[in-house]
Write a protein that binds this ligand. Structure first.
Ligand code: IPE
Ligand code: MG
Length: 230
């Protein structure tokens, strides 16, 4: 979810108004995702690298996260959304940790949409945590395969993303789901996050439907072509 700051700057507003505004479309997106039959949706709200921002912006984002949970939880629960969190809750205020944990607990039997909030998340931190927990488990090098690594990731119970959407025109991964995105289709849109809605999601899903995914293989019904890679 990128572009909140620029959305605000374009209107001469403080950056925090952009972050505020960037929560008003969340319900529209989750509703549209569920209607499209999407079963897993991950929203990346805060990177471990975002701690570099000015303290008042960080405080504002943390406040907004608490407000969003408070404001949206009933409706998400009603929609059948199961909440998950990836990243680290350590370092967040105890009240906020409790709010996140209780939202997860309350919605754990819902099964229409798994809504994962990536907050205080980054892909390298996740891989680092996975490697540490692998070493601590005492597993021998020979016994490690891709499935073993998967089991130690924050996303151990989630499928790899089919499609990654980044708003605001930036064309990079920026430390998101590094392991899991190996074969994800990437969709970059110039739309700033607060302006991204159900139509944007539908456009991305339509584009996804036109992509040919080979996972390193060759096109179906083909004896091979000039294209390598995956
Ligand atoms: C995304 O908007 C929200 C967070 C990273 C918290 P930005 O704050 O990155 O907005 P820009 O990139 O400055 O426009
Ligand atoms: Mg940004």
């Amino acid at each position: 979810m990128d572009g909140n700051g620029r959305w605000a700057a374009q209107r001469g507003l403080p950056r925090l108004s952009g972050h505020d505004r960037g929560t008003s479309n969340i319900r529209r997106i989750t509703t549209a995702a569920a209607e499209l039959g999407i079963e897993y949706l991950t929203l990346w709200a805060f990177s471990t690298d975002n701690w570099r921002r000015p303290q008042d912006e960080i405080d504002g984002i943390l406040r907004i996260l608490a407000e969003v949970i408070e404001r949206e939880l009933d409706e998400l629960d009603r929609q059948g959304a199961r909440l998950r969190h990836i990243g680290s809750l350590e370092g967040l205020a105890p009240d906020l940790q409790t709010a996140v944990r209780s939202a997860i607990e309350r919605t754990k039997t819902n099964d229409r949409l798994t809504l994962t909030l990536a907050f205080n998340y980054s892909g390298r931190q996740e891989l680092l945590a996975a490697i540490k927990s692998l070493v601590e488990s005492g597993v021998s090098a020979d016994a490690i395969d891709e499935a073993t690594i998967q089991k130690h990731l924050f996303t151990h119970d989630l499928p790899d993303p089919d499609l990654i959407i980044r708003t605001s025109g930036e064309c990079r991964i920026s430390n998101f789901l590094l392991w899991q995105s190996a074969y994800s289709e990437l969709f970059f849109t110039p739309t700033l996050w607060p302006d991204f809605g159900a139509e944007g999601l539908l456009e991305a899903v339509r584009e996804f439907g036109r992509r040919e995914r080979r996972f390193g293989g060759v096109p179906e019904n083909s004896s091979g072509g000039p294209l390598g890679g995956g």
